[in-house]
Design a protein around this ligand. Structure first.
Ligand SMILES: [Zn+2]
Ligand SMILES: [Zn+2]
Ligand SMILES: [Zn+2]
Length: 133
């Protein structure tokens, strides 16, 4: 588990920590009641997000375990992202269309929070958290 960043609440003297954790780990934290002073205030949604690889931009693994190619998060081509001016093309959705015949619209960056692959991963992740024992 690692702390990604913190968000300072605007009105009160408090800080929200955004923490990356695997579903099982997450459950354990909740059970222990540690951090409950903050966890209880926020919905689960704010802590849960799917794992997206920063290298190939596909979901389900992290960059250190990546066996894919480095792709641009904006256009899906084989270069790094920041200055890219190409038309948006989502690598994750393109891959899902090929692998699972999804028919997703791919005209958005891989980092888009409305990315159909992202939303799909969110649903799957929530299921795992709800049912993990
Ligand atoms: Zn990867
Ligand atoms: Zn690009
Ligand atoms: Zn997408």
């Amino acid at each position: 588990m690692k702390v990604l960043f913190s968000i300072r609440a605007r009105t009160q003297q408090k800080c929200h920590w955004v923490i990356e954790a695997q579903p099982q780990e997450f459950k354990r934290i909740l059970k222990k009641g540690k951090l409950s002073f903050e966890w209880s205030r926020l919905s689960l949604r704010e802590f849960v997000r799917p794992t997206r690889c920063y290298k190939c931009n596909e979901y389900g693994h992290i960059s250190t375990r990546c066996e894919g190619k480095e792709t641009c998060p904006k256009c899906g081509e084989g270069h790094k992202g920041p200055d890219c001016v190409n038309q948006h093309k989502c690598t994750a959705c393109t891959a899902a269309n090929v692998k699972f015949q999804k028919g997703y619209n791919t005209g958005h960056p891989a980092t888009d929070s409305n990315c159909p692959s992202y939303l799909h991963e969110m649903v799957e992740l929530r299921k795992r958290i709800n049912y993990a024992s």
